[in-house]
Design a protein around this ligand. Sequence first.
Ligand code: ADP
Length: 545
Amino acid sequence: MDGLMMNTPLTLQEILERARKVFGEQEIVSRIEDGSLHRTTYSQLHTRVLKLMGLLERLGIEPGDRVGTFAWNSYRHLELYFAIPCLGAVLHTVNVRLPEDQLRHILTHAETRVLFVDRCFAETLAPYFARGERLGKIEQVIVLDDHGNGASQGIEGALDYETLLSEASPIRAMPTIRDEQAAGLCYTSGTTGSPKGVLYSHRAYWIHSLGSTGVDSMAVSRTDAMMPVVPMFHANAWGFPYTCAMAGAKQVFPGQHLLGRPLAELIESERVTLAAGVPTVWNVLLQHLRKNDHDVSSLRNMIVGGSAAPVSLIRAYKEELGITITHAWGMTETTPVGCCSRLKSTSLALDEDDQIELRGKQGIPVPGIDVKIEGDDGSDLAWDGEQVGELCVRGPWVARSYYEDEERQSVFAADGWFHTGDVATIDVNGYIHITDRKKDLIKSRGEWISSVDMENVAMAHPGVLEAAVTGRPDALRDEVPVLWVVASPEVPAPAPADLVAHLGQRFAQWQLPRLEDIRFIEAIPKTSVGKFDKKALRRRMSEGD
Ligand code: ADP
């Protein structure tokens, strides 16, 4: 017998409506191109979204059409985040840092019809249109310009967003859309291979947002001022634009100003309580805060993910600034939040050091997400914190296939589990610890070495600002680790032997890098979303560095 509950739709239209009705006065603050702050509210957002929907309709956008954005985090991007899916079309967020071949590939693959572009990227895109290349099937470019001059920014045939919006009539009524309907499209950042498309439904966004308001998840509340430093052009900015609107939180967008000082100033002036970003961003901010005086006391929590947050970073924020870092794990394929490292009541009894170690793990799956670790033979491995296997996940906001990509579907197993490509242990308390990506693991004499663990320990050395570990073929040991080090500018650079001795406190002799495999470099190359780019490091090695 079926239950007797209403089946009201779980769509972004509901989130937008609720924001207007109950949080109309709540602020949305954006740092715009010239560095000044723009202020608006959810009520004004709602008004402009309806006009934007009217405009999209006039442009002939139909349900299911892909409409792209190529932009930093800002209130205009937020308008697009709502208007496109609320019309029944698909918001295709395009990573602004993609190399040319990937940019061309994903826009062609997605058959994106209209592209909304921040003014500062007009110069990047103008040459394509000048030589008649439409980057797939783009029919119209619309430029987001603070001064309403988008049409004259060099892209042939481009129109100006603000001018169009001022002339547009609001859509008469919200179209009827289904929960299951596609709402967004994002391609993976291509850290280990070429980007794959993930098509999100309204339902997935809605449930993911609700899940993220949970106090043991992202804990977004109406009393928060939330600053997503994680870009809206990748993995839905971890869902924060929608979660904040659902919760009624103030949103604080840093635009393109992502270095230590502008972030610190924004936290200070907007009394930011919650922020989210990859570890490299928070490392840069930490260096700035160590040398400069800012009042960041409003910040109660920083969410760190995208790649492993070093325990040394978690410790430094706690001990030097009293700020708690919450480690979270996710993927483009999981909308993205999958697990979150908050403590259990039993772990509150641990001493500070052990608590910080625990926070270094990626955490417990959030409600709705089911996980397991699988051995090479497909067997379920025990949750004992020792057995290492591939992390598999399933849940209502996990993709069940890649968008139009017949060749790369094997990770979605017939039994309903998504194989993440991440290698992990899970302990008896359910805490997941990602030890590596399958493609980054180092196999020495038949035994695995975790590159992530070694980076983590290396970065705890006071003379190390950043460290990445890759493998190198070796006649004797099959593969050996290579430690790439960026020395801290604050203290004399450590000697290679000193670093190996430091690693020796946590790693067995056979796991340690040889002295000649400690390589000092100016900076670790980063991917388009700020992760360590190990493909680039391996290339550098094969080119003889
Ligand atoms: P890409 O696979 O191209 O990097 P994503 O941006 O979707 O695309 O990244 C997802 C991957 O990022 C995960 O599979 C995992 O390897 C890594 N990741 C995300 N969060 C964490 C974390 N907290 N700790 C370690 N790795 C993480």
